[in-house]
Design a binder for this molecule. Structure first.
Ligand code: FES
Length: 125
């Protein structure tokens, strides 16, 4: 019989700012930020491509810097300020990077475009 630490399986409470809104969330220690965003918070603009850090489709901004949400545990974002593609626009006013992608027809198939835009915003920060 193997010994297990019940704390290892307990949900943890984290507090963060997500797209400008303070949030208090309970997350399991193994939940990735990508799965938290898409499956628990219904922020599906952040895409799951490779799910192991190679494609960038899941790129979001943490404290203004780009990260791969698939390689980041949600619990690692306690206290962070996160911005997803849903948080870039100001109401109906698109972020300048979103406008630039439209102006220069940079969408390709569109699947990973949210990650590309967040990555470009992180580069420009
Ligand atoms: S889904 Fe491909 S890098 Fe995260």
């Amino acid at each position: 019989m193997s010994a297990t630490n019940p704390q290892a399986f307990a949900e943890h409470s984290i507090a963060l700012t997500l797209n400008g809104q303070p949030r208090q969330l309970d997350v399991q220690p193994w939940t990735t930020l990508l799965d938290l965003l898409r499956e628990q918070l219904d922020l599906v603009g952040t895409k799951k491509g490779c799910d192991h850090g190679q494609c960038g489709a899941c790129t979001v901004l943490r404290d203004g810097k780009r990260i791969n949400a698939c390689l980041t545990l949600a619990i690692m974002c306690d206290g962070a300020e996160l911005t997803t593609i849903e948080g870039l626009a100001d109401g109906d006013a698109l972020h300048p990077m979103q406008r630039a992608f439209i102006k220069h027809d940079a969408f390709q198939c569109g699947y990973c475009t949210p990650g590309q835009i967040c990555s470009a915003v992180g580069l420009a920060n």
